[in-house]
Design a protein around this ligand. Sequence first.
Ligand SMILES: *Cc1c(COP(=O)(O)O)cnc(C)c1O
Length: 235
Amino acid sequence: MLIPFEEFTRRADKIRAEIANACAGVGRDPSDVELLAVTKTHPAAAADYAARYGLRAVGENRVQEAAEKKPLTAAPVAWELIGHLQSNKAKLAASLFDRVQSVDSVKLLHHLDRAAAELGKILPVLLQINAGDDPAKFGADLADAPRLLETALATKNLRVDGFMTIAPLGATPAETAAHAARTFANLRALRDDLGKKFGTPLRDLSMGMSGDLTAAVAAGSTIVRVGTALYGTRD
Ligand SMILES: *Cc1c(COP(=O)(O)O)cnc(C)c1O
């Protein structure tokens, strides 16, 4: 069941206020932080809510689910893949999505580059880094990030916008918060470092979800990916 649109707008307003607060605390401009609505498991109308509210894009974590929902949406909104992508689905992903945030291997880079070439498009991507060293999470190791970035920058049909990460959960709220702070600081430092080394802006840091968006914005996030706080809990 999808919440009423009025409830959605209240929640979105509240999250925007939280983003603005976090920005004020560190002297950032709130317009530099995008709220990405994570619509996974929710009906296609959830994407229409995001568009109606004025959000630019929605995030989905499965290719098949996005393929089913996208034709059912009426409002124009960009679709971004935030979940693990298998190389054999690269072609479908490149045609469906306006950006892929979950690129975590050289092999996947090559598949997406080829798929984008066949489609005659430039596909924007983010490189997903396991910046919190979470054994349970996808994403390239921090140590492999330079090679991944170098490969990505050498492709003809991909545009590298920056990095994405997911912070590991801890056993307690305090531990989760500590993991988040460390993960976000790592990704920020990686971006600053590699941006300089490779002489490329790497503008986007996609980090922060419903539970840790304030810490992420304080650490420099430009995209917070929010599902639960916008649409309620998933079944
Ligand atoms: C589901 C998901 C989110 C949103 O998580 P919430 O806690 O519901 O805000 C963000 N990023 C990724 C990669 C996800 O899979």
